[in-house]
Design a protein around this ligand. Sequence first.
Ligand code: IPM
Ligand code: MN
Length: 357
Amino acid sequence: MTHYHLAVVPGDGIGPEVITESVRTLQALAEIRGDLECTAQMFDWGTEHYFRTGQMMPDDALNALESGGFDGILMGPVGDPRLPDHITLWGLLLPIRQRFQQYINLRPIRLLPGVRSPLAGKQPADIDIICVRENTEGEYAGVGGRVHQGEAHEVAIQSVIFTRTGTERVIRYAFDYARRQGRKKVLSATKSNSLQYSMVFWDEVFQHVATAYPEIAHEQQLIDSLAARFVARPEGLDVVVASNLFGDILTDLGAAISGSMGLAPSANLNPERRFPSLFQAIHGSAPDIAGRGISNPIASIWSAQMMLEFFEERAAAAQLMRAIERVLEANEHLTPDLGGSASTRELGDAIRAALKD
Ligand code: IPM
Ligand code: MN
């Protein structure tokens, strides 16, 4: 029996409802299998915490996560219309990614069986991409400043940071992933026609790393035309490696072509396992539907499934993925984003029932 101790941060908006379904599903899976056990410690960090204390999370929060013996962190979305998003995100999620060196953000983009893509005629085999997004530097390095605020001559600078270490490790991870998973090609998202320092450097590192993987094809494409290709011809795409911001944008596009923002998961990984990794749906807190019990919990449950994969609980992870796929294929118990009328809880219950088949 393997025991996993999780830190759980439900977050804002629909976060608590989708996270509840993830935790219940993990516990149901553990009970059915009998070979693993999950315990969860809840942290009520987020916007309500901010209004109570003036901080999104307490001063010692990162130390508590680091020293609490956690195997992983399950997190809901963060953001609330009452606060500027850069305050909430730089108060909670982004410092965790940086401090815990979660430099890989792994984001599958798959059209699951039974789900309709807005792209006409697409089948599951046509959309099966894995985006490896850099997650600690690039456009999200957090370096910059503003002077002369409010004046006509105000200046705002947001610096992008590309280090050789950071660039090489994410590209290497993408090739290693391709090798491990038997994938055939790694495509690098670039913009070196206009970004003559950062992206020309990125391209050089990509070309250099690629030489160590002769059996894996490699290709680079400008991000603007790659965005068009996601819509026009997603079939040829396999592993895609991208900088922080490019990967962010591409994966919302990826979620849209896969049928719903409510389906897309992510894993923020510290591959060395020096720090806990964080698993989170890529969608936002959806304040417009929060509290109505109609949000889709699949993105969050699938993120928990990615956590099991990271724990190398392969059989348990496969069992959970099959259950998600079965429920989607059966086309019952689906939430409104997928054209159904089920509640968050009903969809979660259907997945837990499918675990037993
Ligand atoms: C995501 C989100 C975050 C990001 C936000 C909330 C900071 O959009 O995980 O994709 O941009 O990385
Ligand atoms: Mn995003």
